[in-house]
Write a protein of this length. Structure first.
Length: 244
């Protein structure tokens, strides 16, 4: 695992190291994160909003539309509610759960932690929505993307499994990368990466780690792109030999 941000994000998740695969994040989340996981059949934002209102939880003006969702998270004041479409197959639910956990950590918890380190506890009422930020805090919030209001993140994918919202592609890719690491840590795959081709790697990600097929294909491409090339370095090759 070469990316420094990824190592930091895994640490900030606070989740125990997995020992059994496919991983059951449902069991691990309550041990480390202030996230309430709510499985809902045929999930829509309207159903999520109804749950939040009934349980007197912050919803920040969540639009109660009826379009179906894989899952979404409503985060506020360092905690959150993660809604999961329980009608979908187990592998899809597993990845959605990991992806939403990743968003919660990357887009909510980590910015709060940075703000507290930089500004001290005086910024806490702003982060918790108890008061509006002053001018200086507004300036900081723009550059640090501070989550001082209720946040809602939706997991939307097209038929190819790619994010629908192009303007947040980088955020979605980072959440995917962290989700992959949570479900199928790269260290567990190192022996396979030494010898396996793409098809074998994809099959292992599906069978052992429980990833959906499309996500397994995406992760395999990611892993293989990071693997050093075994092609020998040729300093001088004649043109005709090179074409052969």
């Amino acid at each position: 695992m070469s990316e420094g941000w990824l190592q930091e994000a895994v640490r900030d998740c606070g989740l125990p190291d997995p020992t059994v695969f496919p991983r059951d994040l449902m069991e691990d989340i309550p041990l480390a994160l202030t996230l309430t996981v709510v499985p809902v059949p045929d999930l829509t934002p309207r159903k999520g909003l109804e749950w939040l209102v009934a349980h007197k939880r912050a919803h920040g003006g969540l639009a109660g539309t009826s379009d179906p969702k894989h899952g979404f998270t409503v985060a506020h004041a360092g905690g959150g509610v993660l809604f999961l479409n329980s009608t979908e197959p187990p592998d899809e639910q597993r990845f959605t759960l990991a992806h939403e956990v990743a968003h919660f950590v990357l887009d909510h918890l980590q910015p709060r932690m940075r703000a507290l380190r930089a500004r001290g506890k005086g910024i806490l009422p702003v982060l918790n929505g108890e008061r509006e930020p002053n001018i200086a805090e507004q300036f900081v919030s723009v550059f640090e993307r501070l989550p001082y209001r209720t946040q809602a993140n939706f997991m939307d994918r097209n038929d190819e499994g790619k994010p629908l919202r192009g303007q947040v592609m980088e955020s979605e890719q980072r959440a995917d990368r962290l989700a992959f690491e949570l479900l199928a840590p790269r260290r567990e795959l190192l022996p396979l990466l030494e010898r396996a081709g793409r098809k074998e790697l994809e099959a292992t990600l599906v069978s052992r780690f429980g990833l959906p097929v499309k996500e397994a294909q995406a992760y395999a491409r990611w892993l293989l792109s990071e693997r050093p090339s075994r092609r020998p370095f040729l300093t001088c090759v004649p043109d005709d030999e090179e074409r052969d």
